[in-house]
Design a protein around this ligand. Structure first.
Ligand SMILES: Nc1ncnc2c1ncn2[C@@H]1O[C@H](COP(=O)(O)OP(=O)(O)OP(=O)(O)O)[C@@H](O)[C@H]1O
Ligand SMILES: [Mg+2]
Length: 141
């Protein structure tokens, strides 16, 4: 079920708690401001402190889709934004398709970042870009 954004820091704490997530005042404030101002959250910290979990509980608590981009060394634009279905395009061309047809949505493979900016019926999704420190410097930048 889609829920409205929390209207206060306390309401944000309750929202996170309702999904079993323990947040201190600072993290609730950060989350509240992020949701209210439509700004991203950048989290750094030790393993297991709840960085990934925060994105999951925000999505669950607000009834939004969660889109996860799991980062790794060598991750590039085609794996994170979009790529074309070359095999499908080749087949279509062999069957006489025009250039305009093969560069249509039918042959577009949408990856996480493109999926995230598309309209979602449940409202804007939560985009989790996880372990961004694993990517190569140019991609991270
Ligand atoms: N604040 C929290 N409230 C409730 N559960 C938590 C909290 N933080 C962590 N957990 C629990 O610990 C588990 C590990 O947390 P999570 O995967 O978010 O860690 P992480 O910070 O992303 O670690 P890593 O850097 O290894 O990816 C979660 O699945 C969750 O069950
Ligand atoms: Mg994690």
């Amino acid at each position: 079920m889609v829920k409205n954004l929390p209207q206060s820091i306390d309401a944000t704490t309750s929202l996170l708690a309702s999904e079993g997530y323990v947040a201190d005042r600072a993290l609730s404030t950060l989350t509240f401001l992020s949701l209210t101002l439509s700004r991203p959250i950048f989290l750094e910290g030790e393993a297991g402190v709840g960085k990934t979990e925060l994105a999951k509980v925000i999505a669950k608590g607000l009834g939004r889709d969660l889109i996860r981009l799991q980062c790794y060394e060598g991750l590039d634009a085609s794996s994170s934004v979009y790529e074309w279905n070359f095999a499908g395009q080749m087949l279509a061309m062999r069957n006489g398709a025009e250039q305009a047809d093969i560069y249509s949505e039918k042959y577009l493979i949408k990856r996480a970042l493109l999926q995230a900016v598309e309209p979602h019926t449940a409202g804007p999704p939560v985009l989790l870009i996880d372990e961004i420190d694993r990517t190569d410097a140019p991609f991270e930048a």
